[in-house]
Design a protein around this ligand. Structure first.
Ligand code: IPE
Ligand code: IPE
Ligand code: MG
Ligand code: MG
Length: 316
């Protein structure tokens, strides 16, 4: 489900600078007087461009290089890196510091990896993602497995930068891992008995929580203040995704629908029915807003949260 609306870039480089793919993020010249959501979206895409450029080179097999780029561009909603940067901006009181931009790229790379693996025949066997054929449909299964692997490796490479590298890597590995992270979330699908709450936390909320926490860590601040907001938002997001899977329009959301029923996946709609799921989503969105208010967010974060909350409920 994509929540992004394409926005014009407000960042630019001087003519003497190298192309985006060869620049470091810190060489970007910020032209907007004040940070805007559109500027944040541009920063994220620039950081991802730089990441993919540094993950590929003349020695990378060309099909793998092409597939890596295909998995990351064009993006979907880019919500997790946006959350990371918005938290970093509240904590640093202005533009996000370079380490937060690397952290945001790390989170999105891990997310893209999870989507590539999730679409594989051994998981959801999905033909489409972000309105295009999924990575394995275009490049074949072996390359899709390797694209996911490479993006995971590179996500950690991005996180392991700057003075807060240790805490950033630890937070990202909690979100990815087998304790309560993405790997655990996907593995719950193979079990006969599943707690829906635990499943949603692991497969989706863990990465949102890490996004918020990493924004704070990269700014040298306390992560704990932000974890609750990230988790609440992630739970709401997965609830909305379950509803979209039941009643959404595949052409609009850019991926197949009806998968939860077809594959007997645990889902909010299967547990509570459509009306129950809608009520639960409304509660989760309220939880996220309440948690944001307790966290004392900044103007831009509040504006973004309102936009996300409106989209989550309006899609239903
Ligand atoms: C899809 O996430 C997987 C879920 C956890 C629901 P997104 O809907 O954020 O995917 P993109 O990045 O926007 O395509
Ligand atoms: C996605 O879960 C969560 C991941 C860890 C990738 P889903 O399988 O429900 O997400 P979509 O609907 O394919 O995006
Ligand atoms: Mg899945
Ligand atoms: Mg899926």
């Amino acid at each position: 489900m994509s929540l992004a609306s394409p926005q014009p870039a407000v960042l630019a480089c001087t003519k003497s600078e190298a192309p985006t793919s060869q620049r470091s993020i810190s060489s970007t010249r910020l032209q907007a007087p004040k940070p805007t959501l559109a500027a944040i979206e541009s920063l994220i895409d620039e950081a991802l461009e730089a990441s993919i450029a540094s993950a590929t080179g003349p020695s990378t097999p060309p099909t793998l290089a092409k597939a890596l780029r295909y998995a990351v561009f064009p993006g979907g909603g880019r919500l997790r890196p946006q959350l990371c940067l918005l938290v970093a901006m509240v904590e640093s009181g202005g533009w996000p510091p370079p380490d937060a931009i690397h952290a945001a790229a790390a989170i999105e790379l891990l997310h893209c990896a999870s989507l590539v693996h999730d679409d594989l025949p051994c998981f959801d066997d999905a033909d489409a993602r972000r309105g295009r054929p999924s990575v394995h449909r275009v490049f074949g299964e072996p390359i899709a497995v390797l694209v996911g692997d490479a993006l995971i490796v590179h996500a950690f490479h991005q996180a392991a930068r700057g003075p807060h590298a240790g805490a950033l890597v630890k937070t990202l590995s909690d979100a990815a891992g087998s304790l309560r992270g993405l790997v655990a979330g996907q593995a719950w699908e193979t079990e006969a008995f599943v707690s829906l709450e635990e499943y949603h936390r692991a497969k989706t909320a863990s990465l949102f929580e890490a996004a918020a926490a990493m924004g704070a860590i990269a700014s040298g601040s306390d992560a704990d203040r932000w974890r609750e907001l990230g988790e609440a938002l992630g739970r709401a997001y997965q609830a909305a995704d379950d509803i979209a899977d039941a009643i959404g329009n595949a052409a609009v959301i850019g991926k197949p629908i009806g998968q939860d029923d077809a594959k007997a996946r645990p889902s909010l709609v299967r547990s509570l029915g459509l009306e129950g799921a809608r009520r639960h989503l409304a509660t989760l969105v309220e939880d996220a807003s309440a948690s944001a208010m307790r966290g004392g967010g900044g103007q831009l974060l509040d504006q973004w949260l309102e936009r996300v909350a409106a989209r989550l409920t309006e899609l239903q």
